[in-house]
Design a binder for this molecule. Sequence first.
Ligand code: BES
Ligand code: MN
Ligand code: ZN
Length: 497
Amino acid sequence: MSQPSFTARKTANVAQITTSCLVLPIFKGLKLKGDIAKLDTQMSGAITRAIELGDFTAEVGSSASLLGNDRVQRILLLGCGTAKEFDLRSSKKLAQAAGKSLAATKAREAHLALESLPLTPEDTSHLLETLATEVLWACYVYTETLSKPKNLPNLTKVSVAAIPELTLGKVRKALNAGVAIGEGVNFTRQLGNLPANICTPTYLSKQARALGRKHAKLSVSILDEKKMRELGMGSLLSVGHGSDEPSQLIVMEYKGGKAKDAPYALVGKGITFDTGGISLKPGGKMDEMKFDMGGASSVFGTVQAVVNLDLPINVVGIVAAAENMPSGRATKPGDVVTSMSGQTIEILNTDAEGRLVLCDALTYVGRYKPKEVVDIATLTGAIIVSLGHEASGIFANDDDLANALLAAGQRSHDRGWRMPIWQEYQKQLDSRFADMQNIGAGTAGSVTAACFLARFTEKYKWAHLDVAGTSFLSSPKGATGRPVPMLVEYLRGRAGQ
Ligand code: BES
Ligand code: MN
Ligand code: ZN
């Protein structure tokens, strides 16, 4: 995977620098000033004319590409809308437009000009961070299983210069943060996009080991099936029973805080392929069930970003990885298993397997006496009925944690929406043959799934993110990297940043 690098420069005068592509954010209704006005004059008024002719409206998310001269070969105008209406949504749309154009440009190098933006230093640095993330997002191309890679971007370098309102150090910090998040997001997308014959539970454990080798503050351990059996994880193990691929419980421990600080825990559903098991899914779009490890891949991407941001907190990332297959050894509807918590579960539908792997991972994470636990899972089709592909479902047994995730989602443009886990829904899980059954009675499917998990998380503050609608899309088909931005923002908040 090749990606452009970002560099911060001390100064750069747009009326003097040489670049193959100058990226200019332009606010609606504002007169061009200073060096940008000078540049316009040098270009015989090309920018002003693009605006006057209506070719460039400066509407948020709009863009226009102009041919320049020998010094500035191209100018990419980015619409920012009006200064009065500029908000988080604008910076996201603007950054996405920049990403799209820069991923498509023939230029190998670009310079982003920050001068004369009518923004506070905080807004400028947030915009810069978002830009870096979105440019990396747009430049990601899946090539792994293509004999001839296509649509590779040309861009290799983007530079940004300090301005009086934003010192070199601050520019560098914003770029580094944006890059760390962008790389985390793309790592998550790559794991999601890989086919299930490559991305198996064992492959995921190798990825974790490789990540651990790269970073001194990250240690990785893997629990194999034998170890899980000893721990009594009968629920998790029942899911992979029909598969030839051994299940894995992957544990990544990041120590950025004090040795005795309780960690924040992330727990990801890592079903590397979900056929439904004996409760077999219909054939249409079944290929998309390679994305059923989207929760797990978001734990990988978030842990990587946290390490690269060097956050001063402790984080433990756990991935419950298994493949859900039908076979002569597979779990059958009506089978009863015993979870690590001691609670028994009647498996009425083998396609409700995510909660079965998560419940044991959630019991296991209790050992760490975590400050807060967030699980992330492509858990239910029902959450797509409720929230579509816009918001991840947030369920929580703690209001402060739910609010922190909601706010982090707003700030990072990766939103969630809170859903209930009221006691009244719990009775749908009553079973005659076990302490509970693994499916509800047919209504509020994403809520009853969360209610199931809630029975294993009573000892700590916990939130569950149902990302079935947000972690991948059918068209264009692919992993999105969500909810890595939300999770990183949440952890930065907890780290006091
Ligand atoms: N992995 C699926 C949920 C899913 C569906 C994710 C569509 C992404 C897109 C999950 O394991 C599942 O099959 N859930 C069932 C639960 C039902 C059997 C109670 C579902 O949602 O239908
Ligand atoms: Mn399933
Ligand atoms: Zn599943």
